[in-house]
Design a protein around this ligand. Structure first.
Ligand SMILES: *[C@@H]1O[C@H](CO)[C@@H](O)[C@H](O)[C@H]1NC(C)=O
Length: 217
């Protein structure tokens, strides 16, 4: 009897952790985000539907190249719920990613979204790594028109392998607010720092290597 209850409990928590890993589905046609509401809920409070306009479902500017003049040589233009209020509760969003020659979109993860990406200009080396204990790297070179999917939560990256040409990708994500955790920034640039001795042991390097990396973030 006790073991049945335990099993039920496990099933219950497994089901719910699955549900909460993605955006909840909407209960009305739309729930355009009201950024001025002071109420804090899971998502954003709905604007009065009578006041909703076509512009609430509209974003202009993904034709514009992001400025890639930075340390990694890439720029992500986000169209999340913060930029497009109509995305609220719809479980979807999109980005444009620009890459300078040899630019990278550094290894990162989206805690709340799977990402599907297509190349519209240039050529990209892409990849993601599976969870422990395998940590298998799945990688591929994408040409214009190719599509690749990065499963939810897994660490992934893209790199423009051309020395002379820019690259551009468009991607869709299965959350209105996917979240981004850039591994290098989160681990070496947290605020305040993670103790360098902890990172030295984790990365199996000397402490001064860690403090040198921390200084860059
Ligand atoms: C990305 O490009 C935009 C538009 O040019 C710019 O405002 C922003 O600072 C850039 N971000 C990074 C990280 O370089």
């Amino acid at each position: 009897m006790a073991s049945h209850l335990l099993l039920l409990g496990l099933l219950f928590s497994a089901t719910f952790s699955f549900i909460f890993a993605t955006d909840p589905s909407q209960l009305q046609d739309f729930c355009v985000a009201d950024p001025n509401s002071e109420v804090f809920v899971n998502g954003v409070v709905c604007k009065d539907p009578k006041l909703v306009k076509a512009d609430d479902f509209f974003f202009r500017g993904l034709n514009m190249m992001g400025n890639t003049y930075n340390d990694v040589g890439s720029n992500v233009t986000q169209v999340f719920v913060a930029q497009l209020a109509g995305l609220n509760t719809l479980g979807i969003s999109m980005v444009r990613i620009d890459y300078a020659p040899l630019g990278i979109n550094a290894p990162h993860t989206h805690p709340r979204a799977t990402e599907i990406l297509t190349v519209i200009e240039g050529r990209l080396l892409v990849g993601f790594v599976t969870s422990n204990p395998d940590n298998t790297l799945f990688t591929k070179v994408l040409e214009v028109g190719d599509v690749f999917v990065f499963p939810q939560g897994l660490i992934h990256f893209q790199a423009n392998i051309d020395e002379h040409a820019n690259a551009v990708a468009i991607a869709a994500l299965s959350s209105q607010n996917p979240g981004v955790i850039t591994i290098a920034n989160a681990v070496f640039g947290s605020n305040p720092d993670i103790d360098a001795n902890i990172l030295a042991k984790a990365f199996q390097v000397d402490v001064d290597v860690v403090t040198k990396i921390q200084a860059k973030f």
